[in-house]
Design a protein around this ligand. Structure first.
Ligand SMILES: Nc1ncnc2c1ncn2[C@@H]1O[C@H](COP(=O)(O)OP(=O)(O)OP(=O)(O)O)[C@@H](O)[C@H]1O
Length: 325
């Protein structure tokens, strides 16, 4: 690896756009990912996450703007970018008729690794994803979670500087998702690597060092999950009372706080929820239940895009993973 590559940010994107025939999928993205970060792209289906990843991995050319990965330009230095990255798509790309080990060997040959390196790296990466004892088994006998883990192992074989994971847990059951995340944590401890992942799951975004919230081809917010949630500026005090409509009016008038009336509860928005609770009781409201919660990433999404991620995701046409184009 050259000195430039080591010193440069893992990913640098400036003014990136991508227009397909009828759709402007990416409309001007700027971001920098530091070496060693676990960086997440959080957004609903159709936000432009996969398109951005494909540009960063040299599979698509940007319409305008520029991007560098591991210090190399994604248009002018495609070979150098490809050698510096590992990539796991939404759709499995393993050869099901080969064993786990044969899949790795094949990948090693494509990358021009010598036999000894393939052997030693296969040991390391198979152990890292907990598939060491299944190395000689045909991939078609693996569960969905095991296949995804093998894909990650394969993406790591050539010791890339940046690993791209496009919706790594899509289609997996909750237990396999949790297992996969345990392995992602292990890999970050064992390899000095930057991980750039896309997800529409808020709990996965919470695990990232920093996230970019992406909506309609733009980065709506960028920061650590903690910073982004703190930026929302208010807690949610959820109340059930004997008469929610009347209680909402009293809270608004006497405490001057914003109140949202939901189907079966009132939500009072307050900078410090716990301190508001006694005042609510002092108002003489007939409160049946009360709970305080900190803002979630869905609240951040709402604050910066005007809609809830959960609702946009539900509204997006459900579809299976696609192959890279
Ligand atoms: N090859 C293509 N031709 C035309 N339009 C496309 C193509 N690929 C993606 N799009 C459109 O570009 C927009 C962004 O798609 P993209 O796949 O980047 O979103 P995404 O956030 O990754 O969602 P998903 O997780 O479902 O892949 C969508 O409106 C999509 O329909």
């Amino acid at each position: 690896m050259t000195l430039t590559a080591l010193e440069s940010p893992a990913v640098e994107v400036r003014g990136l756009t991508k227009a397909y025939e009828k759709v402007e999928a990416v409309r001007g993205i700027d971001l920098t990912v530091a070496s060693g970060e676990l960086f997440g792209f959080l957004g609903p289906n159709g936000a432009g996450k996969s398109t951005t990843i494909k540009i960063l991995c040299t599979l698509l050319r940007p319409t305008t703007g520029s991007a560098r990965v591991a210090g190399h330009d994604v248009v002018r230095e495609r070979g150098a970018v490809r050698r510096s990255i590992g990539l796991v798509f939404q759709e499995p790309t393993l050869d099901e008729h080969l064993t786990a080990e044969q899949n790795l060997r094949f990948h090693g040959e494509i990358y021009g690794l010598d036999k000894q390196t393939v052997r030693s790296r296969s040991d390391v990466v198979l152990d890292m994803v907990g598939l060491d004892d299944r190395r000689g088994d045909l991939v078609r006998t693996f569960s969905g979670g095991m296949k995804r883990r093998l894909e990650i192992a394969r993406g790591l074989l050539h010791s890339p500087r940046v690993l791209f994971l496009d919706e790594p847990t899509i289609g997996l059951d909750p237990e396999s998702r949790a297992t996969l995340w345990r392995y992602i944590d292990v890999l970050r401890r064992q390899e000095q690597i930057t991980v750039f992942l896309t997800t529409h799951y808020m709990d996965e975004a919470e695990r990232c060092d920093r996230i970019a919230i992406v909506d309609a081809g733009l980065v709506a917010a960028l920061g650590t999950p903690g910073e982004l949630k703190a930026g929302v500026g208010h807690d949610r005090v959820r109340l059930q009372t004997s008469d929610d409509a009347a209680s909402a009016a009293v809270v608004r008038e006497r405490l001057g706080l914003e109140v949202v009336q939901e189907r079966d509860a009132l939500v009072v928005l307050a900078p410090d929820g716990e301190r508001v609770v006694p005042s609510l009781f002092e108002l003489g409201l007939r409160i049946r239940s009360v709970s305080v919660s900190r803002p979630s990433l869905d609240d951040v999404f709402l604050a910066c895009t005007g809609g809830r991620l959960s609702e946009k995701q539900a509204a997006a046409a459900p579809r299976g993973p696609r192959r890279p184009r």
